[in-house]
Design a protein around this ligand. Structure first.
Ligand SMILES: Nc1ncnc2c1ncn2[C@@H]1O[C@H](COP(=O)(O)OP(=O)(O)OP(=O)(O)O)[C@@H](O)[C@H]1O
Ligand SMILES: [Mg+2]
Length: 219
């Protein structure tokens, strides 16, 4: 059964007559699927992820997210519903500069009202060999290290679906593979879905299914 479905989605930003960025996208994401989205810069990959995850509402069309039509919910309700089921790894890491690495990782849990024990952050950090960073602040980390922390922050709430927008963006090959392997392991152990955008063929090879987006349309 699909966990996310969209039908004939159109998305434009801003004014009513603004051009459509997504042009009639229909797509479903199945439970436990590892869906990889590729396509050129500006094709609409991030826009698609934002629409599928409820971060943005489509201009035309609907998104069924775990059986509920997001546009039928009030904004705050949709946000809350999506937050319970999913996590997003953004194209930029969006870490909070005034929180430690451990606190950053636990932040989504705090948002959900779940326990926030430092031991849980350490456990996640160990999975990527990064426990030494627990008490440091984001500005003391490299760009690549920050990206990996952003991934751990998403994993901390055991989401049913992870949206990852170029999570290996500025990582070297070794660290890209570590990130991809963490995602794959999570996907297989938890039967959680992953929807991932990448420009890398090597990363795309982790997919159970691939789609390409070109000029706002799916191929
Ligand atoms: N908030 C916004 N307001 C206006 N236009 C936007 C907005 N977000 C994206 N766009 C436009 O939509 C188009 C698609 O952007 P999007 O970020 O989805 O591309 P992308 O496929 O993720 O590209 P990249 O690989 O460079 O990340 C671009 O032309 C962009 O300028
Ligand atoms: Mg993008």
């Amino acid at each position: 059964m699909p966990i996310i479905e969209c039908e004939n989605l159109y998305k434009s930003y801003g004014k009513k007559d603004a051009p459509f960025i997504l042009k009639g996208v229909s797509l479903s994401v199945g439970e436990g699927e590892f869906l990889v989205v590729t396509g050129e810069s500006g094709a609409g990959k991030t826009t698609l992820l934002h629409c599928l995850s409820g971060a943005e509402m489509p201009t035309v069309g609907r998104v069924l997210f775990f059986g509920r039509e997001l546009s039928a919910l009030k904004r705050a309700e949709a946000d809350e519903f999506c937050r319970q089921k999913s996590a997003f790894v953004y194209q930029s890491d969006r870490l909070s500069e005034n929180l430690t690495i451990a606190e950053n990782i636990l932040m989504p849990r705090a948002f959900r009202g779940e326990p926030t024990q430092k031991a849980d952050a350490l456990f996640l950090l160990e999975s990527l060999g990064m426990e030494r960073f627990a008490d440091r602040f984001p500005n003391e980390l490299s760009g690549g290290e920050r990206r990996r922390i952003a991934l751990l922050r998403a994993l901390s709430v055991s989401p049913k679906v992870i949206f990852a927008d170029e999570p290996t963006g500025n990582l070297d090959r070794t660290n890209s593979m570590r990130v991809m392997e963490s995602l794959k392991e999570y996907n297989q152990k938890q039967k959680s879905a992953v929807v991932l955008v990448t420009h890398s063929e090597e990363c795309a090879a982790f997919a159970s299914r691939r789609v390409m987006i070109k000029d706002g349309m799916i191929f």
